[in-house]
Design a protein around this ligand. Sequence first.
Ligand code: ADP
Ligand code: 5GP
Length: 191
Amino acid sequence: MSKRGKLVVVTGPSGVGKSTIVGEVVRRTGAAFSVSATTRPARPGEVEGREYQFIDEATFEGMIQRDELLEWAKVYGCYYGTPSAPVRQGIEAGRTVILEIDVEGGKQVHRHMPEATFVLIEPPSADALAHRLTGRGSETSQKRQERLAKADEEIAAAKASGVYNRSVVNDDLEAAIEQVAAIVREESIDT
Ligand code: ADP
Ligand code: 5GP
C-alpha cells in the first residue's frame, strides 16, 4: 500500500511570522509549499511562482468558476486562493503539503479535509506584532493599521472555530520553527 502524504495548514495574523517560519520549515523538512494565487501585487523580492502566482481579477474569477481552488478568500481587498491540483498531486505522491493561508481559508479546507493538521501561529503580544509589521515595511501605515486591527479578531475566530488543533507562539523564532517542523514531521495518517 502506498502512503498518502498529509496536509498541514498554517495560519495566524498578518506579520506574526508565518512566511518566515514556513519558508524555513519547508527547507528543513522537504515538505511541499502550496503556492497560492493572488491578485495582490508582488512585493519587492517576491518571485512569480515561488511566493505566489500573481494574477489579475478576471483570471482569479475564472479559477473560481472552473472550481480549480481548494479554498479562496478576499483578504484586505485582494483575492487569495489555493489551487487544488498541486495539493492533490503532492498528497497522492506521498508528500507533506503545507498551506499558508488565512483563518477563513483554513476553515474551508477543514470542511473538505478534516483529517489535515491545522496550526495557529500566535504573537507573544500585540506590541510585538505591531513591531514586526512595521519592521517588515511592506505596507503603508494605513494598511498596517488595518492588518493590526484585524489581528485579535482573527486569533479569536481561529480559536472559536475549533478547527485549529495546534498552536505555536512565535516568540523566539528558532523555537517556533522547530515546533512547526516537529508537527510537519509527525507520522502521516493513512486515509
Ligand atoms: P507573515 O507571513 O505572518 O505576515 P512574516 O513572516 O512576513 O509574517 O514576518 C513579519 C516580520 O516579522 C518579518 O520582518 C520577519 O522577519 C519578522 N519576524 C518573524 N518572526 C519573528 C520573531 N520570532 N521575532 C522577531 N521578528 C520576527
Ligand atoms: P500577504 O499579503 O501578507 O502575503 O497575505 C495576506 C493574508 O492572506 C495572510 O493571512 C495569508 O496567510 C493569506 N493568504 C495567503 N495565501 C492564501 C490563500 O491561498 N488562501 C487564503 N484564504 N488566504 C491566503
